[in-house]
Ligand binder design. Structure first.
Ligand code: AMP
Ligand code: ZN
Length: 111
């Protein structure tokens, strides 16, 4: 089972900032910005390239969660960046699709 599935199953701890039936958001263990949250579907989907016409709603849902969390953490007015790394050249480390929500400072480069 992948590390994010273990977080979903509460087998390993995470600093969870949002959870509903299908999605979860928690603090990145190695933050690249003052606010660095990962948003995941509870369903194990490896990567963005596995998104298709059947499951594309997940990306919209994750965006809604990211916006909610941004508001909750007080960066909705100052701005934030959403990043999804897909595959080796993008530096994807965890093969369970996730959005990075980055904010809390002026962001110069993508994570
Ligand atoms: P990516 O390179 O897009 O696959 O990003 C994976 C992210 O997951 C990295 O920013 C890691 O710091 C983060 N990460 C890995 N393991 C954990 C964990 N157990 N809890 C929270 N964040 C994690
Ligand atoms: Zn998984």
């Amino acid at each position: 089972m992948c590390v994010f599935c273990k977080i979903v199953n509460k087998e390993i701890p995470a600093d969870i900032v949002y959870e509903d039936e299908k999605y979860m958001a928690f603090k990145d263990i190695n933050p690249k910005a003052p606010i660095h949250i990962l948003i995941i579907p509870k369903e194990h989907i490896e990567k963005l390239a596995d998104i298709n016409d059947t499951n594309k709603g997940i990306i919209g849902d994750m965006t809604v969660v990211a916006n909610k969390v941004a508001k909750q953490l007080g960066i909705d007015k100052t701005g934030y960046r959403i990043v999804i790394n897909n595959g080796p050249d993008a530096g994807q480390e965890v093969y369970h699709i996730h959005m990075h929500l980055l904010g809390g400072k002026k962001l110069l480069f993508a994570t």
